[in-house]
Design a protein around this ligand. Structure first.
Ligand SMILES: [Zn+2]
Ligand SMILES: [Zn+2]
Length: 171
């Protein structure tokens, strides 16, 4: 979805968009949207650059890191992005870029592609370690049973065999 700067300026710098879940696809197959993405913000022009500030709200579904059950996570983030024209991008000093607190992208004509920005912000907002609950017991590494739902025999067998070894020791 492209934001035309001309339209944004006519609207007093404001923009807002709603993406249906199927409009944004993530390469990370395990992550998917479980609700629409509401994006809103402001765009302003300064010295040929465009500054975009806004916030987005959605819900994503990601697998629990221990038991793989899908977990729904509410996402709410504020973002800021600076778009510089391709020419000044090449001339700008590297150290100046690093001092900036905003993310920087290259401005492509008179519009801004919002999709990639939105996807990136959502990915950044998803915690690296998703858990369905703090004390999730996870899956048994041996038989794959969900330890939250059932107790398998694997763990106790392992303990038993350890005891057997101890029994072999001669005192
Ligand atoms: Zn879990
Ligand atoms: Zn097991």
């Amino acid at each position: 979805m492209r934001i035309e700067l001309e339209n944004v300026e006519e609207a007093g710098g404001k923009f807002s968009r709603v993406y249906a879940p199927e409009q944004l696809r993530f390469e990370e197959a395990e992550l998917r949207l479980s609700g629409p993405v509401e994006v809103s913000g402001r765009a302003g022009r300064k010295n040929g650059e465009v500054e975009l500030r806004g916030e987005l709200k959605t819900k994503v579904s990601a697998p629990c890191g221990r038991c793989l059950k899908p977990v729904e996570l509410p996402i709410e983030v504020k973002f800021a992005e600076r778009f510089v024209p391709a020419v000044s991008w090449r001339h700008e000093e590297q150290h100046e870029l690093q001092e900036e607190d905003l993310n920087i992208s290259v401005l492509d004509g008179e519009g801004i592609e919002l999709d990639d920005l939105v996807k990136e912000e959502i990915l950044l907002a998803v915690p690296g370690h998703v858990l369905c609950r703090e004390d999730c017991q996870g899956l048994c590494p041996i038989c794959g049973a969900d330890r939250n739902l059932e107790t398998c025999e694997c763990e106790s067998e392992r303990i038993d065999s350890r005891w057997e070894k101890l029994g072999d020791l001669q005192f």
